[in-house]
Design a protein around this ligand. Structure first.
Ligand code: FES
Length: 120
């Protein structure tokens, strides 16, 4: 999470168990009328945009590799779940969002400037 950014936090589930993960550890979540991809890897939650920055592949249809990269199903580009870095080297950047587990549920944070315009 970027300490210099202000985030708008939105509840995505009441608990981790309420998130409908597929066997690949990925889920599509609707939040505030937008769609994001949520990942569960080694008991940690991550979130990123639903569509790949390369050509719009649905990230939740890909998989998570052993190093914690999310791999796009269309052309297999890899992105770090932690920071969105394109670890397979094609030069793209996957937008990621911080996720927090609170007493009231699971929340994802979205930067307050240019809010949501780039999510879909
Ligand atoms: S659309 Fe994701 S790698 Fe091409």
């Amino acid at each position: 999470m970027d300490a210099n950014k202000k985030y708008s936090w939105h509840k995505i589930a009441g608990s981790i168990a309420e998130i409908n993960f597929s066997a690949n550890g990925l889920a599509v979540v609707e939040v505030n009328n937008k769609t994001i991809c949520v990942a569960l890897h080694k008991d940690r939650l991550f979130a990123c945009t639903h569509k790949c920055p390369h050509a719009g592949g649905f990230m939740a249809d890909g998989y998570i590799d052993a190093l914690g990269n999310i791999v796009c199903p269309l052309h297999r580009y890899k992105f770090s779940l932690q920071n969105g870095r394109n670890t397979s080297g094609e030069g793209y950047f996957l937008k990621t969002f911080p996720v927090e587990i609170r007493n009231e549920g699971v929340f994802a944070g979205f930067p307050e400037n240019n809010l949501f315009g780039w999510l879909k």
